[in-house]
Design a protein around this ligand. Structure first.
Ligand code: SIN
Ligand code: CO
Length: 417
């Protein structure tokens, strides 16, 4: 299925290749806590934030995450940008000229960190690093269906991607060094022509701040913004996807067609026993147009079809994603033993969504008999305690399913990463 584009900034998503990525984090990661610390949203509760700011207006939050450390060091980020399956872009603004290159980048292909005005953007870091995934999880007061990815940018002094706007909501979290952000709610979003990236022709900043580590700026779609590094810096950008209406409609029709249910009688052939001889052979027969109109009018769907489409579509991993199945998987009995001791967690690349009693994992709708409470909780918490697993482990249909997911690399043994 064609994919939605990656979120921001500035230009089209690049092609992603695939092969397993290395594990970067060594520190244990705590599972999602149901409480969002009040500092994260500047003393607003998630509901207050959603009501007052989400999709409405920018919000600067000083010390949203005090003592934050970059999930990856500069060298780890550069190493990630050297991997085939990672989407990385290099944007330079040397001698007043914007240039864009797509990765992977070997270390000697990046400019020196002492050179001014360049930036490296690495998309989807949450897929490759558990600390980055844990950071993304802090934003799960927004539905997973909207959560896209965590991008990390490294910029040398003066670096940035130029004034632009994104079509997506984004939290820009400063994690190292300082960045000056200037923003504007201007109506004129005309772009400079002939550049390899989206740079606004007339940027008229209305507000300006220097963000330090722990500070965060929320921007709704279409707010013009420009972030310039003051000294070298790193920024995490937590982005939210928003498929266009046209894309949703096209994908839904594709989904119906794939299920072979669009036109009811999938195998029926067009027939024209009453077709007379024609003098204008190039003309489409009016009866053909009429008949096809009748076929299309028979396309029917209900709410469940829409939910199934959305669940499979939105839980589908990005094309670059390759799961890493265990090299020597435990057999089911040993897997059960291990999970009874240490619990389970979803792999950081796994998407597990549900709608009423229907579940979708990594692009597949799953059918389950019996109780599903455990799966609701697994989906929402992304982990399962050993104690909880023990209560389930007498149900062989559940353990067989979980073992299957473990063998596919979709879940891992151990409640914490
Ligand atoms: C953005 O403007 O969307 C992020 C760019 C950056 O981190 O440099
Ligand atoms: Co942007």
């Amino acid at each position: 299925m064609p994919r939605r584009p990656a979120h921001h900034p500035a230009e089209a998503a690049s092609t992603r290749n695939s092969s397993p990525a290395s594990e970067l984090s060594t520190q244990p990661i705590r599972p999602l806590s149901p409480d969002v610390p009040t500092a994260l949203l500047g003393n607003l509760s998630p509901s207050q934030f959603m009501r007052r700011y989400w999709q409405k207006k920018p919000l600067l939050i000083r010390q949203a995450m005090p003592n934050i450390e970059a999930p990856l060091s500069r060298d780890q980020l550069f190493a990630l940008a050297d991997q085939d399956e990672v989407e990385a872009r290099l944007i330079t603004h040397f001698r007043n000229k914007w240039q864009l290159e797509h990765g992977p980048f070997a270390p000697d292909e990046l400019p020196s960190v002492t050179q001014r005005a360049w930036t490296l953007l690495v998309q989807g870091v949450d897929l490759h690093d558990d600390r980055a995934r844990a950071l993304l999880d802090r934003f799960r007061f927004v539905p997973d269906a909207r959560l896209d990815d965590l991008m990390i940018s490294y910029a040398s002094d003066g670096g940035g991607v130029g004034p632009h706007f994104d079509s997506y909501d984004v939290f820009l979290l400063q994690v190292k060094g300082k960045r000056r952000w200037r923003i504007s709610a201007q109506k004129d979003l005309t772009l400079q022509a002939g550049l390899p990236l989206k740079v606004l022709q007339n940027f008229e900043p209305e507000e300006e701040w220097v963000l330090e580590p722990g500070d965060m700026l929320y921007l709704p779609p279409h707010i013009a913004h420009d972030g310039t590094a003051e000294g070298e810096c790193m920024t995490c950008s937590i982005g939210f996807r928003a498929p266009s209406e046209g894309e949703l409609a096209a994908q839904f029709l594709y989904y119906l067609a794939e299920r072979g249910e669009a036109a009811g009688k999938a195998g029926a052939l067009y027939r024209d026993p009453r077709q007379s001889a024609v003098e204008r052979p190039a003309e489409l027969p009016p009866a053909l147009v009429e008949r096809v109109g009748a076929i299309l009018a028979r396309i029917k769907w209900n709410e469940q079809d829409i939910a199934s489409f959305l669940g499979t579509y939105l839980s589908e991993p990005k094309p670059s994603v390759v799961f890493d199945p265990p090299h020597r998987p435990l057999n089911e009995a040993r897997f059960i033993g291990a999970a009874r001791k240490s619990g389970l967690r979803l792999d950081r690349k796994t998407n597990l969504l549900y709608e009423s009693r229907f579940f979708f994992v990594n692009g597949e709708e799953i059918s389950l008999d019996g109780t599903k409470k455990w799966l609701f909780d697994f989906a929402n918490q992304r982990c399962m305690s050993a104690k909880r697993f023990v209560t389930l482990s007498h149900d062989s249909s559940v353990t067989a399913r979980l073992h299957e997911w473990y063998c596919a690399g979709w879940i891992q043994v151990g409640e914490l990463a």
